[in-house]
Design a binder for this molecule. Sequence first.
Ligand SMILES: C[S@@+](CC[C@H](N)C(=O)[O-])C[C@H]1O[C@@H](n2cnc3c(N)ncnc32)[C@H](O)[C@@H]1O
Length: 430
Amino acid sequence: MAGSSDQTEVASAAVPAAETAAATTTPVVQPRAKAEASTSQAKAAAELSASMAEAEAAPTKTATTETETAPAASAPTEAAPTHETGTNRPAPDQTAIEVDSEAAPASISSDDNTADTDSLSDEGYAESTTGTNMTTSLSSSVRDYQFENNRRYHKFHEGKYHFPNDEPEQAREDMRHCMMVHASGGALHYAPLKNPQKVLDVGTGTGIWAIDMGDEYPEAEVIGIDLSPIQPSWVPANVRFIVDDAEQPWVTAPETYDYIHIRSMASAIKHWDNLMAQAFTALKPGGWIEIQDLNWIYRCDDDTMGPDYAVGLMAKYIGQALMNFGIKLYSPDDNPGRLEKAGFVDIRNTVDKVPVGTWPRDPNMKMIGLYNRSTVYDGLHGITMGPLTRGLKWTPEEVELFLVRVRKDLMNPRIHSYVHMHTLCGQKPY
Ligand SMILES: C[S@@+](CC[C@H](N)C(=O)[O-])C[C@H]1O[C@@H](n2cnc3c(N)ncnc32)[C@H](O)[C@@H]1O
């Protein structure tokens, strides 16, 4: 949004100057009903249902003979989470998750989350003016990649984000999108939007949320920004993408946006106060900000998860590694206070339980648990290799060895673990 010449070249071409949004005449209250899940979500849910049925019937495939020891690393202390509940959304299931005693461990296919674009109609879709299609006008430092330990990383502002941007990671991101929308009762947002005209998605990733949002609000212009130009070319005509660093000063004119969406960025953002202050300026009076994140502290209500639970240890090690780069993985605990400090009002913080695996009895929670476990399982290499080798100086071999233990615990149906999903909204005062 400003800064280097690369950045200016890309961003200035696409970031709008001061614009006046069309007047709101017909308020439409969101979020959507639970049943109205997004297109991509419904599709992935159907695929997952099929794979779940298959997986539940299949015998467990877990490693049982490894005796590996994790490299020593002290774990950070868990901070106490805040637990307020918002009201403007489908009611979350805040009660204890009932355990399905029949639940058997499932083996997960990494192919399950590959999008099938062939069946999509391209009616109303247009080539995005950025991402892979506008690369001729992007400088090479923006579209180049950096490779490390067999994974591909962003080149623009190299080294800033510690997770890959290659195809396996993109598939994981898309699967997590489906899981989070599903866990949100099918809603793309909790903020009570009324006919938004201009929407910004910060750290848009594959752009999947922005594309769904563009479909849901055809009257709105949806802009996604990211360090990586990995978004698809064919998108709804009202959606576009910009390669940019959200932590740099924004060149956006004040009072441009009706809604700013920031999802799964806890592992990326160093200076939340600064980001919120910039978002506050860029929002119109009455506009909303929404920050949604999984808080990767693994919890359990029935003593089935021990202190040596490798999945929890992994999250702690990642948190510790990111801390060495000034990124606090557990930011969802602090963000409500930050939002207030930035000047937002009507702050709503919703905390939902997201199970790990198929152990809950409730079919919906079982589905969410399967989504969640799939995204973690398929993404294990990607989410650990960067942080643990860069931040804690583990060798790639040490990471691989540790992951054997993580996979085993992840697939163990007797461990009833879950994490919290935080959804935080705030409004800029009129
Ligand atoms: C975990 S992914 C989340 C993607 C998307 N928000 C979603 O929920 O599907 C984080 C994304 O943020 C991007 N990112 C990280 N730091 C960023 C920054 N400072 N500015 C813009 N994008 C950033 C990464 O490139 C990555 O695509």
